[in-house]
Design a binder for this molecule. Sequence first.
Ligand code: PEP
Ligand code: MG
Length: 755
Amino acid sequence: MRGALGGPGVLLRRLREVMAASISPQERLDRLVVLIAGNLVAEVCSVYVLREDGSLELYATEGLNREAVHLTTMRAGEGLVGLIASEAEPLALSDAQAHPAFSYRPETGEEVYRSFLGVPILRGGAVMGVLVIQNRASRIYSEEEIETLQTTAMIMAEMIAAGGLKSLAAPGASIGLDRPIHGVGVSLADGVGLGHAVLHEPRVAITNLIAENPTAEVNRLEAAIGEMRASIDELIERGDVAHTGEHRDVLETFRMFAHDQGWLRRMREVVLTGLTAEAAVERVQSDTRARMLRQTDPYLRERLHDLDDLANRLLRTLTGKANGVAREDLPENAILVARSMGPAALLDYDRARLRGVLLEEGGPASHIAIVARALGIPAVGEVVNATALVQPGDAIIVDGQAGEVQIRPQPDVENAYKDKARLRARKQKQYEKLKELPAVTRDGVGITLQINAGLIIDMPNIAATAASGIGLFRTELQFMVAQHMPTTAEQQALYAAVLDVAGERPVTFRTLDIGGDKVLPYMERIEEENPALGWRAIRIGLDKPRLLRAQLRAMLRAGAGRNLKIMLPMVATTEEFRRARVILRREQAMLEKQGVAPPRDLRVGVMVEVPSLLFELQEIAREADFLSIGTNDLMQFLFAADRENKRVADRFDPLSVGALRALRRIVDAAEEARCPVTVCGEMGGRPLETMALIGLGYRAFSMSAASIGPVKAMLRALDAGKLRERLDWMLASPEGTINLRPQLAAFASEFKVPV
Ligand code: PEP
Ligand code: MG
């Protein structure tokens, strides 16, 4: 290199000496800029550090007016320095003043310098400042010089991150590393959790930055790349991709990237500037992350994520550090932060120490969301770039109710959330007190409250809520969290364990409700135009009876000699119910032949969640042993509004006359046929909605465990008779009102019913 004196290796060695010297942080910075300017034959070298308010402050300079240090600041995006910080990319100009973003500060005296080279000071993709060199003459900076300056910037980044410059910050102007961030995602599991970040797959900390022997470092890098490729090949060849939660196409893309020449060349080039192999990987990874943070195209962001994952693998090989946090090392009040996570991984952590989960992926129907809800851990998903924005140990608040997170919150924000959490805890205590009191309305109407469940980890919720049973056991959850199709014996073992815990309390097992949004990773996926209206639930059961038969057998065996309730999902016609019952009878007969004791009492019911059944209510209520209303699906089909589509999911109100009249039809028909009916969709667990349902005549509900307290508090204050009268009048709708929510809320407030 012509510009650099003695090459980058010499510069890095001298930088290391300065880093090791016992001098003040300001002195260290001052010496660093002199060294860099000298080595790159520049007249100016300046360091700008990003402050918490987003502005950039001049922290040290060689060549510019030193009086300006700690006085000159640039706003975000202002001038060339601001531009570099916002784009996170180097900028080399032979005529800086001709650049449209050029602006100069007279106090620095920089107007005489024509050429300009600036690079972002990056760590983990986050901009921490800008490092600049300038020359009086017009000059074209070489690739190698740009590379050297970036390498130097990385060392500065470590210095800033280690807190070395904190003492230099002006009062009230702390360094941007600690900037608070408000992230918006989607709610996966309700609740508010405050704690500190633990990265599920932590970034590897690099301690050794500067190479002793660059040739040896190139060899180490090559060996690590070889190892990484071999491990990916092996993973693909093993064929058990479902076991790792990584799908095959993801791995294939991975394999492609692991051979990406551009990426590998970048790392080799950086090693040649004098960094260790791991520091070189980290530097390139930091550039990747910086691009990722600014990338708005989800596809490209995903690809950059893949590169980031590969870099992590390389770092682990090079540093010999294992993946993940040892389970026993999880700190108290941990908030797990991950790009994505399988349900089994979450179950591996110590529940008692977990306060929340924050993910970049994972929609409300994802398996991790299901498990988080079952464990009662607040969780938020779809927070873009969460893993890059968070440093381990950062304070984080997960607001699972709003689907938001606060990263490094300001004290006032933190206090507001602490209040919110306290309020929730206080309410929870009040609900706790209601536990032993009967679920009876003020005017003496008894209401049955059961919980929805699906995993064995849900079972303690029966005792915790004093629920009278499980009104909906979603058997598909066992299938969804498993890594392979559960065998009949495994299914039977789960059902038997559930019945054991429930004791005399009834459990309603619903047969597999897969398809639609519920996909099994190990089952062949069938592409459908409209999966919600497609081949799912009982339709699969009737077309592929082996699966249904195996499950019914598992239920009958588990229920031998006990009370057993079986429920069929997504039944659209009475005919389907009849066909399923024939299959069940056949299984019963077969088990009888084998000498297996039959259930003491067997009831077979139907989910009412497809609107067509509303026009066969008499038939179905006469033939089924019980009905259970799946309002989640019933409402999506009634209003033709996809329950998973944010744009339309809340567009129609189930408290409008159309939906309420439909629900009244069902309860009336059930009553007439003396067929027990329960509401097991989410609607039945929201106090105002449950109140309306009681007004329509419903007397049994099954809901998430967390809803039992609020619903019980509501119904104990309710006069069901008075509500019935009022609702009859509202539904007759003399005023033509369609959405009854405001009127129902007014009723609740008039009679002091907590909703
Ligand atoms: C429903 O549709 O309301 C229901 C309870 O079932 P799921 O949410 O499992 O579809
Ligand atoms: Mg349903």
